[in-house]
Design a protein around this ligand. Structure first.
Ligand code: SF4
Ligand code: SF4
Length: 101
């Protein structure tokens, strides 16, 4: 069992969940983020952080989003791991981040 990221994350991707995940099992795809089901420890820390309520326990996933269980499992191993929240692509904080590198 694991937590699943579903449709509401698509094109939101603010990564608030990533910041709190203790095992860094959340991966970024092109349109949304995915949770690696073998790495998730079911701690639920990410759930209240999500501004769009995209994260559900596998058992509580609404029927219309059932396909996201397989999608998280398939896509998460293909994506690079991320472990910090990123800001929007423009703005002061982005410039600060750019200077660090
Ligand atoms: S439930 Fe815990 S371990 Fe699983 S993705 Fe969320 S924060 Fe990470
Ligand atoms: S907090 Fe929610 S919307 Fe933001 S990246 Fe995570 S799952 Fe997607």
């Amino acid at each position: 069992m694991a937590y699943i990221i579903a449709e509401p994350c698509i094109n939101v991707k603010d990564k608030a969940c990533v910041e709190v995940c203790p095992v860094d099992c959340i991966y970024e795809g092109e349109t949304m983020l995915y949770i690696h089901p073998d790495e998730c420890i079911d701690c639920e820390a990410c759930v209240p952080e999500c501004p769009v309520e995209a994260i559900f326990h596998e058992d509580n996933l609404p029927d219309e989003w059932k396909e996201f269980t397989a999608l998280n499992a398939e896509e998460s191993p293909k994506c690079p791991v991320i472990n910090e929240k990123k800001d929007a692509l423009e703005g002061e904080s982005c410039n600060k981040a750019a200077k660090k590198h």
